[in-house]
Ligand binder design. Structure first.
Ligand code: FAD
Length: 412
């Protein structure tokens, strides 16, 4: 019997392996993982772990020893170099050949690089791997440094908040007039103002055209912006998004469109090859379009669905994507179908006009065709369950009641 092979080593890979065993698959199972660490969770790398509040062991997808106990051949530090679909064979960078019965591509994504002079200087960081977070923490933890963050998305803002908590001087650059481009202006403002109230500075819209080296060392000392302004920097983080790691799939001529195209059961265009997590652009049964989601819930559920589908079960990816963040005194959770949310209108429960009011807690709901398609709860953790239930129910809602914080969400 040829093994089921998973290429990856992140959350999607770890989740798929666990589900395969849980579902009773007791045949050979191999994971080819480029990093030299057991599959781990990345969200804390810009949050609790960066702030030194979590240990490495807290990040593991499956507990230490799980792979051995469950007879999983976990090959750390090995990289798959080529898929030969006709032969159901994988070639590793070491030239070893690995046959597969079913193959799951869970290769994730890589940080997008900035094409500006000086981007290779020492002190210019990106953040994807545990080592990246450790290196950042080492530089930030002592405080008193000038930190420039390029990118005003979730990761940029989370690191800005953590860097500020450590007592550094922090400036965030963003390409747009508003931070967090995927959020409506007033909601994005809640996060910007909360960070500003903690002392984080913003340049919006602005981007670096050059990173400048120190006079005596190949190490970053500042950045020149497109506006002509120069900002001194001891450390720069580039957090301008990620690109799906589709190299293997591309070479094997799998169908791609912003990621590896899959059906709702995560099958790719090639026989017996599946894709899950950040690398997959998957058919969403509820909306009929393909979406590549860069969130841990998608990697977790995608791993489960792909595992079941590889075993021949009728599994589909059909729950609302979920996302959380913690920064500058705001604990936010979000659930929603992004494509539906885009055409929806916003209903607010609670006040967001000042950082203090927002920190008291509020809920934002997106309503489309009379039903809730997305929802965000900030500093109101108990509301998330009700939001998920509202989205799943597709039930018609009365907007006046929805807007009224005195009417509990479960009673809508
Ligand atoms: P990855 O975690 O990227 O894992 C892919 C693995 O495959 C990597 O280890 C890579 O080395 C390996 N690999 C690639 N190519 C090969 C090859 N050819 N051979 C062998 N191995 C290979 N999501 C949220 O929902 N909420 C958050 O708050 C949040 N915060 C985040 C903060 C940070 C700093 C980062 C980096 C991400 C965050 N995310 C968050 C996103 C979330 O972590 C990702 O969606 C998730 O990690 C995707 O998992 P994955 O298994 O698809 O891919």
């Amino acid at each position: 019997q040829q093994p089921i092979v998973i290429v990856g080593g992140g959350l999607a890979a770890g989740s798929a392996a666990k589900t395969l065993r849980q579902e009773g698959y007791d045949g050979p199972l191999t994971i080819i993982a480029a990093e030299r660490r057991e599959p781990y969770l990345r969200p804390p790398l810009s949050k609790e772990f960066l702030k030194g509040q979590e240990k490495e062991a807290d990040l593991l997808v499956n507990p230490s020893g799980w792979y051995e106990k469950n007879d999983v051949d976990l090959r750390l530090g090995e990289r798959a170099a080529q898929i030969i679909p006709g032969a159901h064979m994988l070639r590793l960078e070491s030239e070893a050949l690995v046959p597969y019965s079913k193959l799951l591509l869970a290769t994730g994504a890589q940080p997008r690089a900035l094409d500006v002079p000086g981007a290779q200087l020492e002190g210019v960081h990106s953040l994807r791997r545990l080592e990246d977070s450790l290196a950042l923490r080492e530089e930030l933890a002592g405080g008193g440094r000038r930190v420039v963050i390029v990118g005003s998305g979730w990761i940029g803002l989370e690191v800005a908040a953590a860097a500020r908590e450590y007592g550094n001087e922090v400036t965030v650059l963003g390409r747009h007039a508003s931070v967090l481009r995927q959020l409506e202006g007033p909601l994005a403002e809640v996060f910007r103002r909360a960070l500003e109230s903690e002392g984080v500075q913003f340049r919006l819209p602005a981007h670096p055209v050059e990173f400048v080296a120190a006079a005596d060392r190949e190490c970053v000392a500042g950045t020149v912006l497109n506006t002509g302004e120069r900002i001194g920097a001891d450390l720069v983080l580039v957090a301008v998004g990620v690109e799906p790691d589709t190299a293997l799939a591309e070479e094997a001529r799998l169908r791609l469109r912003d990621g590896i195209l899959t059906d709702a059961s995560l099958r790719t265009s090639a026989e017996d090859i599946f894709a899950a997590g950040d690398v997959a652009s998957s058919l969403q049964p509820r909306t009929g379009d393909h979406v590549r989601s860069e969130h841990w819930s998608n990697a977790l559920n995608g791993g489960k669905v792909a595992a079941k589908a590889m075993l021949g079960a009728d599994a589909q990816l059909d729950i609302a994507p979920y996302f959380y963040t913690d920064q500058a005194g705001l604990s936010m959770e979000y659930s929603g179908f992004g494509q539906l949310v885009r055409g929806a209108h916003l209903v607010l429960r609670g006040r967001i006009d000042t950082p203090e009011a927002a920190k008291e807690g509020f809920v934002a709901l997106w309503v489309r065709d009379g039903a809730v398609v997305g929802g965000m709860n900030v500093n109101t953790p108990r509301q998330q369950k009700a939001i998920k239930a509202l989205i799943a129910s597709r039930a018609p809602v009365d907007e006046a009641r929805l807007r009224d914080p005195a009417v509990p969400l479960p009673e809508l």
